[in-house]
Design a binder for this molecule. Sequence first.
Ligand code: DAH
Length: 339
Amino acid sequence: MREKVKQLIENATEFIKNSENVAQINDLRVKYLGKAGEITGLLKGMKDVPADQRAEVGKYVNEARDKVTAMITEKLAQLEQKALEAKMMKERIDITVDNVDANRGSLHPCTLVIDEVLDIFTNLGFKVAQGPEMETDMFNFQLLNIPKDHPSRDMQDTFYVGEDLLLRTQTSAVQARTMLNTQPPIKLVCPGKVYRPDYDATHSPMFHQIEGLVVDKHVTLTDLKGLLDLFAKTLFDSETKTRFRPSYFPFTEPSVEVDVTCAVCHGKGCKICKGTGWIEILGAGVVNPKVLDRCGIDSKKYSGLAFGLGVERIAMIKYGIPDIRILFENDSRFLKSFK
Ligand code: DAH
């Protein structure tokens, strides 16, 4: 009897191990444990086992039943897990996409220039200020020493929205706004859009400027030279030289225009710099004392320096862009080259 049970367990182990699906396992369950199953048969036959052997035989028949039950349960769990995995593999959704990079955007060259210029000045302790694009005549012109009907208005054609309202022509308007409600020391840069009715290869009716202003005690033209020279060397490269030419702006006295050695030919002379080796990058000067006084800052105690640069102009020089309009056409082939 013991031998028979041992054989039964061996056979069952082999069958269970080799079964390949749930149906086969269920058949084995019936074969061994079902109503007419082999182990069930043995259990039923216990009554025929002589009484003195019944306890012992009962023990290993029960053990056989427990063992086969456990093997079947385990195998069933394995097969179910396998079936689930197979189902998941079959129904798997591929959430990866090829060429994700293909249409990834990039920063616009003007944004790149604005970020870089602001970085340079904020590293020098400048704060970033902003003002409205629709401005009053007062902030855009009058407080900056450009009275109504004065010829210097002709320097900047203007889009008027109303009698005293206009689209700002210069970020210098933010100087006036800041000085009116801040006492020195002031160190700010102000990026933003400005508007003028011009349209050709180097002018666009909307463009970007960055204004700079420093007001403190004993600020001089020398500080302006040092600051802008450092700026140009950081923005282009350390070999870049700067040149200050006398100029005129109503809000600065003296006023200068600042040239840098051409970023393309390094001063030798090429098409970009029209053979001169120099390229103008910005206007600047010592803040006109009249402007300080009009904006509530005592010009006997304080002085200032200011500068204003055109972002598109810098982008055109830096990236060799021949026509300002390319910057606003947003041709993706052009924009992609700035990735
Ligand atoms: N606002 C001038 C322009 O739009 C640029 C400028 C020149 C700004 C000299 C300044 C400055 O602050 O001092 O042409």
